[in-house]
Design a binder for this molecule. Sequence first.
Ligand SMILES: Cc1ncc(COP(=O)(O)O)c(C=O)c1O
Length: 297
Amino acid sequence: MNEKIEISLPNNIQLYIKREDLLHPLISGNKFRKLKYNIQEAKDTKSKLLITFGGAYSNHILATAAAGKEYDFSTLGFIRGDELKDKVLENPTLSNAQDLGMSFEFISRELFSKKEDVSFVSGIQEKYPNSYILPEGGTNELAIKGCEEILNEEDKTFDFVCCAVGTGGTISGIINSSFENQKIIGFSALKGDFLSDVICKFVTKKNWIINSDYHFGGYGKITDELVDHLNEFHSKTNIPLDPIYTGKMVYGILDLIKKQYFPKNSKILIIHTGGLQGGKGVNLVRKQKNKTLLHYL
Ligand SMILES: Cc1ncc(COP(=O)(O)O)c(C=O)c1O
């Protein structure tokens, strides 16, 4: 599953990518890992309905809808903001999730921000008995257990492992199963420095850092320069990247290689966490502009 990236690099750096995006067409990358033990737990507790939360372009919303269809659960997504309430078909993520059987509750951003409050959660449990609630982004202890299966024995030889970070669950699993002398670098898709505190709750090892220099202005912000980079990387390697997470990370890695951050002869493993479905929505939003993601056309 590790592919060598055949582009010319200085300092005898070797770059590989773990194609977790190819694990499943819809439950792709880290979503597959995060859902694995949660689905098992939902089955064990005889739950009938998976409930989760996300924005209108969320990879986790679509993956949960697909997992529900595949493993025989009903699914309900609480969506942040109600502007798409009557326009589901205009949004590729939501319309695909709907086709997979998911129903939605659109809630205001204010209410969405209170989704972890005890009163909100108990209200859901009362309204939907027999439900299994997955947090936004899917990160919980069982998700991290699943993400601990991303690295395996054959990955021992890498000096650096890089992954994109949103809620911190994926990198926590990777850190837990990393090997001695390996350094894990998380590239934050979000502005701000709060992630390290979150990750510290799930890990005890100290062989990791969060790089916050490549979020391109914040979560979901996409510049022409980033689109050019994704298109160029795809045309050189035939590897598609998403514009929210993996694309920004790979931009960061190549920039750091150029700046000689990595020692000579370093062997670097990139984790492709999937998320490619989100690019379709990004292209729709960008269609007025003359730069679009070519691998989604
Ligand atoms: C494609 C992709 N990569 C990386 C991440 C970041 O994962 P985490 O939220 O576990 O940090 C996400 C978000 O879940 C994602 O959708």
